[in-house]
Every structure is written in C-alpha cells, then in structure tokens.
Design a protein around this ligand. Structure first.
Ligand SMILES: C[S@@+](CC[C@H](N)C(=O)[O-])C[C@H]1O[C@@H](n2cnc3c(N)ncnc32)[C@H](O)[C@@H]1O
Length: 146
C-alpha cells in the first residue's frame, strides 16, 4: 500500500501539481478510497452455459477460474444486501453486469442482492458481513434468526 501511495503522489508531482493542489492526497485519503473500492466492487466471474440455460436456471454456475477482474458499477453498487435475495448479478460472456430475478418481484419492491454465500448459518453470515462489509445485517431472514 505504501509503495502504491508513493507512486501516485510522485505521479502528481512529476506532472507539475503544486503541494497546495495535492494537499488532499494524504495517506488517510488513499486508505479511504481503497476501502470504498473494496466494499463496493464486484468480482466479475463469467457464467458457464448458454444464455438461455442461464436465464432458465435459478443461479448461474460460475467457473472460479473465470474471474476476469473487479469493477464498480454505478447502479449495482447501490443495491442493498439480503440473505434471501430477490435478484442475482451475473456476467454472461462479457463484463456487462446482468440482473436476474430469482422469483416474482412486485412493482416497487426493492431489488436486493446477496453479498456473501447465503448458505452459511445466521452467526457466520453476520460475522462476515460485520468484519468484511462493516454492517449488521437487518434483512428479514436475519431478523427471524434463520
Ligand atoms: C453498497 S451499499 C448499499 C447502498 C446503501 N444502502 C446506500 O444507501 O448508499 C452497502 C451499505 O448499505 C447498508 N446495507 C446494505 N444491506 C444491508 C442490510 N441487509 N442490513 C443493514 N444494512 C445494509 C450497509 O450500511 C452497507 O455498508
């Protein structure tokens, strides 16, 4: 982290920015940006199978080796988490994020995705969401202690 921060700072300095112009570029600012990227980014894993197969199945099967990178998407990065989500984000053949409904969704119902492996028990899910994402999950499934 130290090395990358210094590299970024040097790049600004080499480009002729003054100390005053890069006063915002503190180590704390850099750590905050990295944390925001980490919490809001998606690991892109290309789904296997034909487009039709994937749309028909409840969730796409994903090839762990097919991870092609991480990205932040303007809209999906705003989706809240649910341990019993009504939509699932998947990638078919490209890095364009697609949203798949996992059940019928009422007009006006909030779309919620699952940030973690939902098959874990209540305490394990809460621990991961708290340590990895910094919040206590208040979804209906957690409230019912499932
Ligand atoms: C990627 S943001 C989602 C959008 C966010 N709600 C907003 O208004 O910008 C993730 C944050 O939303 C909140 N959040 C998402 N799902 C939640 C849940 N199931 N229970 C409690 N807080 C949740 C947490 O504060 C979490 O850090």
């Amino acid at each position: 982290m130290e090395k990358e921060y210094q590299l970024l700072r040097n790049t600004f300095e080499d480009a002729g920015f003054t100390d005053e112009q890069i006063a915002f570029l503190t180590k704390q600012w850099y750590i905050d940006v990295l944390a925001r990227i980490r919490i809001n980014s998606f690991r892109i894993e290309l789904a296997l199978g034909s487009y039709v197969d994937i749309l028909l199945s409840a969730a796409a099967s994903v090839d762990a080796e097919a991870a092609v990178g991480n990205a932040i998407y303007m809209l999906p990065s705003f989706y809240n988490h649910d341990c019993d989500p009504n939509v699932h984000i998947l990638w078919i053949e490209s890095v364009n994020a697609k949203l798949k409904a996992l059940r019928d969704i009422e007009a006006g119902e909030e779309l919620r995705i699952c940030y973690i492996d939902a098959s874990m028990d209540h305490d394990a899910r809460q621990a991961i969401l708290s340590e990895g994402f910094g919040f206590h999950c208040k979804c209906a499934r957690c409230i019912s202690n499932d």
